[in-house]
Ligand binder design. Sequence first.
Ligand SMILES: Cc1ncc(COP(=O)(O)O)c(C=O)c1O
Length: 387
Amino acid sequence: MEPVKPIYLDNAATSHPKPESVYLAVAAALRVGGSPGRGSHHLATTADRLIFETRELLAELFNGGHSEQFIFTANATAAINQALFGLLQSGDRVVTTMVEHNAVVRPLRELEKRGIEVVKVPVDSVTGIVNKSALQKACLHQTTRLLVVNHCSNVLGTIQPIEGLGRWCHEHDILFMVDGAQSAGHLPIDFQHLDVDLFTASGHKGLLGPQGTGFLYLKEGVELTPLIYGGTGTNSRSDLQPEHLPERLESGTLNLPGLAGLHAALQFLQHTGIEQVHSRETQLTAKILDGLQKIDRVKIYGSDNVMLRLGVISFNLEGYDPAEVAFILDQEEQIAVRVGLHCAPAAHRTIGTYPNGTIRVSPGYFTTETEIECFLRALQKVSARSS
Ligand SMILES: Cc1ncc(COP(=O)(O)O)c(C=O)c1O
């Protein structure tokens, strides 16, 4: 059976489709109105309740303790910026990896100009996995304040071995931050177990919410200087920024329709179970890897062990510029894949695909087997053309 087109294989950029309940929740929130924390009329308090419940759902999903430790942001990038600029000061040292997204790389570059030392630890040039001992060794310096690691690479799907790093960091008086943009919603994650101090994620990728949503989790006791100051709907008599979370880091009107959608998405994930999502996506990833291996001229990047990776698969077709393949898939087959450097040029330098990058396919929970078969057939056709 032919799948319904277009076929969307770019879930690493943003998930699509979303659960039906997400569309309904966004529309309902827009129609009902009310601004969370602004006023005491029932529309405002209903909006407030919805925001509170969304935080509670996040706290439950990630075993994050008190829900006020979850700060809503516009996306993962905003959360990362708040974390890094809110924490680091001149003289601090940060250790990170060579597979970070520009959402981490660029703020750190800017912070370097402000007197912060940044140390980047190389990763394996095939799997993209960072060596834990190398990371720990790089951290052993008096001024190291923070270790920031990408949980799952948006180029290679590599899951970094972050288990135990939180505890190790704390034994050495270092804060531990994880960029979970590609892992949240795809992989069971327990903040208490990982002992993370800061965790950032998009609400619109694996968490299946609308674009314009993201969050920053802060372990109790971790203090940040706000990036944005202003009205919070609380303690309006004072001209000082509130001290308590989440208001301290959430000035301005929140994205109620987006967060209403995220609320519905989190309920969907809670009901489905992250283990079930992970297992389904692992199946789809294995099917893609297996199919790609059978196509002439395809070179796959990253680990071939599906247990060490998530559903972000980079490959190239020998004899083709990756952009050409993506163009053919899009124009002739209505298949949407992502091509290029994926905002992570250092990762591409590491695997030898700089500057043209790779073709990246990323299935999601709702991707079907038929869609994958259709994509593999289409790629097979392109490969056959060049023989
Ligand atoms: C690893 C990683 N970090 C951060 C981001 C930034 O996420 P957002 O687009 O939600 O700001 C992305 C987006 O692709 C990503 O893949």
